[in-house]
Ligand binder design. Structure first.
Ligand code: AMP
Length: 550
């Protein structure tokens, strides 16, 4: 018979992180970049006090455990406070990606049945436009001071600072089951409507331990972190929580992720660690190259940069090392994995390895961190060996991997053995490093955001002179991937690239527009008549888009 251990069964709660940071790292700064470049300086004690006030006030306004609260917000201390204030009460923080199409935003807010929407003033117009469609929202809170509150026609509109002022200082964070939901993010990296991923307090804390672990991201109290990944992308990769766990200093860049702004923050705040998608870092190097001798890169204290969201180009890994002496840590994961799953740290065997060999290791997506099992499987569901050549789909399982999408039953996203299929295709080498080789999901990732190839194909098929259309992602040096439209025209059609793009421009967002159009006589299909995208991707491997000028 199992003998139950006699250790305290304290639930792992997000409020505990904030209490810890406020007690042991009260003066550690949280720096936010506001509109116009002004920097606001807060600290963990202030974030904790204000989060408690907001939590108290939200309770008085009727927020109950399990209720969903949306944010449409940049990286700032106020957004950080909401991460803690909402989850700490037992409610759920739903960080909405403002880059989604307005219809998608309305869909996910309605699907999550959010009751309150917090928004940065940049999104005021969007929110006013969406409000009539948001059937469950009864209150809007603008992330500003009362004197900045615009006169908008929105139910229950109030400024965030009013909520803070009206809150009490003696709020007691409640204790509840650690499996309670704490936050949610919708992913559009799948086909069909965006799907909700619901994180728990327990999954969030376990993920934070992994982020702080030395072979995780090694986040410590000695770090100053520039958070260049948006707080609406998978909880900013868990850093807002992990930073409280270890008492790291945070620099939150607001909406400004341009190379000039990032460089200024890194230099002026003495940042030691930063995280972001590859496009962000390409922007930094473009700025440094253009600025030339006028900037002093030796003024940086930066030591590590975490790159994820898309494959880290080797050229960036090399530039960071050779130009700035910075070690790049590539990480792989997804909204469904909280996101950290594999991290490309080094092993003892790489000590003293030539730089070229080390870059090759860093160019892989990394090794599984404890907590996430990672395997590659063939089409028949057989697990493949870690031999550096057997290619299959990545499946993952572990306590911070999703079990079912929001609204679906637990475990409904898993196979019989509890694995979640990621749609990424890879091999794993003998040291356990994952190398992604392809993606089976039919979406394109451009600069960290998803484009649905199926939606683009449907839009193109709506053209009266198109018989069939396929869209695939093609490598792009700035955006990692951009869409290429491949079209079979109807017989005798008179149709050209410009006409087709004009047609699409009226139907999809500008940043979704394909970078090129190719006309062909036919497209490859599977035995069941589906487009054979793998063949198309092979056929167009090496295709150079006209927009790729590097
Ligand atoms: P998201 O759910 O939006 O965070 O996207 C997750 C997806 O981004 C993964 O399934 C991969 O397709 C891709 N991805 C994330 N990190 C990497 C990486 N380091 N290398 C290649 N692809 C990545």
């Amino acid at each position: 018979m199992i003998l139950t251990g006699l250790m305290q069964n304290k639930p792992l709660l997000i409020s505990g992180l904030l209490r810890h940071a406020a007690t042991y790292h009260p003066d550690v700064e949280i720096v936010s970049c506001l509109h116009g470049g002004e920097m606001r300086r807060s600290n963990w004690a202030t974030v904790a006090r204000r989060a408690g006030r907001v939590a108290a006030r939200l309770g008085e306004l009727g927020l109950a455990p399990g209720d969903r609260v949306a944010t449409l917000a940049w990286n700032t201390d106020r957004h950080l406070e909401l991460y803690y204030a909402v989850a700490g009460t037992g409610a759920v923080l739903h960080t909405v990606n403002p880059r989604l199409f307005p219809e998608q935003i309305a869909y996910i807010i309605n699907h999550a049945a959010d009751g309150i929407v917090f928004f940065d003033l940049d999104f005021a117009e969007l929110v006013v436009r969406l409000a009539p469609q948001l059937t469950t929202v009864h209150r809007f809170v603008a992330l500003c001071r009362p004197d900045q509150l615009p006169a908008l026609d929105l139910p229950g509109l109030v400024s965030y600072e009013t909520l803070v002022d009206e809150g009490r200082d003696d709020y007691d964070w409640p204790e509840f089951d650690e499996n309670a939901a704490s936050s949610m993010c919708y992913t559009s990296g799948t086909t069909g409507n965006p799907k909700g991923v619901l994180y728990s307090h327990r999954s969030t804390l376990l993920h934070s331990f992994a982020a702080c672990a030395a072979d995780g991201l090694a986040l410590t109290a000695r770090d100053c972190v520039l958070l260049a990944v948006p707080m609406f992308h998978v909880n900013a990769w868990g850093v807002p929580y992990a930073a409280a766990m270890c008492g790291a200093r945070l620099v939150l860049p607001g909406s400004g992720l341009g190379g000039d702004r990032l460089f200024a923050h890194l230099r002026d705040e003495g940042c030691t660690l930063s995280l972001g998608v590859p496009t962000v870092w390409l922007g930094l190097f473009q700025y440094l190259e253009q600025a030339g001798a006028s900037v002093d890169a030796s003024a940086l204290r930066l030591q590590r940069v975490v790159i994820g969201g898309s494959a880290a180009p080797r050229a960036i890994i090399e530039k960071f090392e050779r130009l700035l002496g910075v070690f790049v840590i590539q990480a792989w994961g997804m909204t469904e994995t909280s996101p950290l799953a594999t991290i490309a740290n080094l092993l003892p065997k790489h000590d003293g390895a030539p730089l070229e060999a080390r870059f090759a290791v860093q160019s892989r997506q990394g090794r599984a961190i404890f907590g996430v099992e990672v395997g590659v499987f063939d089409a028949d569901g057989r697990r493949l060996p870690h031999d550096g050549k057997s290619v299959g789909e990545i499946r993952v399982r572990g306590p911070w991997v999703l079990s079912g999408y929001y609204g679906n039953p637990p475990d409904s996203a898993l196979d019989d053995d509890g694995w979640f299929s990621t749609g990424d295709v890879a091999f794993i080498d003998a040291d356990g490093y994952v190398q992604i080789t392809d993606r089976s999901k039919d979406v394109i990732k451009s600069g960290g955001e998803w484009i649905s190839s199926i939606d683009l194909e449907n839009a193109a098929m709506g053209h009266p002179q198109v018989r069939e259309a396929a869209v695939i992602g093609v490598p792009h040096s700035r955006w990692q991937e951009r869409p290429l439209l491949i079209v079979v025209p109807k017989p005798d059609a008179v149709i050209d690239r410009a006409g087709l793009l004009d047609f699409l421009a009226a139907r999809v967002a500008r940043w979704w527009l394909p970078d090129d159009v190719v006309f062909v006589d036919d497209l490859p299909h599977t035995a069941t008549g589906k487009l054979l995208k793998t063949r198309l991707r092979d056929d167009f491997r090496g295709y150079r888009l006209p927009t790729d000028t590097d």
